[in-house]
Design a protein around this ligand. Structure first.
Ligand SMILES: [Zn+2]
Length: 147
């Protein structure tokens, strides 16, 4: 009876310690990131996303009071920034797609003679549109991974 209760206590204490470490882990990582940023002394303004020194109480670019913002407000602003950025790249990739398709359809339906100004323009539109689209897609994928 005594042994059983001892083992039970042992199990319980193991469980609790495991729970403790798992709950502590996440904030530890966040703290590490913060201390890294602090040692580098360069942070990003939560409002305009420009790099500034963490010694600034006010952002020199957009003049927002960083010191007055709490963690939740900072997170919210960062989230808004990420959405804005994503939207911008989505718009860009859409424009690139239009450029690509426009050039392609013009070349296909108007069939300008090769090496004329029109032909160069349509071919360039296809090339630029294609590259622009791919670059934007890659950026969007990396933005998603960062999350
Ligand atoms: Zn700013």
């Amino acid at each position: 009876m005594f042994i059983v209760s001892k083992s039970l206590i042992g199990l319980n204490s193991k469980k609790t310690t495991r729970n403790k470490t798992s709950t502590i882990k996440a904030p530890k990582g966040a703290f590490f990131m913060r201390s890294m940023e602090r040692s580098m002394a360069i942070i990003r303004c939560p409002k305009c996303a420009k790099s500034i020194s963490d010694k600034h109480k006010q952002c020199p670019h957009c003049e927002s009071n960083i010191a007055e913002l709490n963690d939740e407000q900072v997170l919210q602003l960062q989230r808004e920034q990420r959405i804005k950025k994503k939207q911008m790249f989505l718009n860009h990739s859409f424009l690139a797609l239009i450029l690509f398709l426009g050039g392609f359809f013009c070349l296909y339906f108007l069939q300008p003679q090769e090496e004329t100004l029109q032909w160069y323009a349509y071919t360039a539109a296809i090339g630029v549109g294609c590259i622009w689209y791919i670059i934007n897609r890659i950026i969007l994928v990396t933005l998603k991974k960062k999350k």
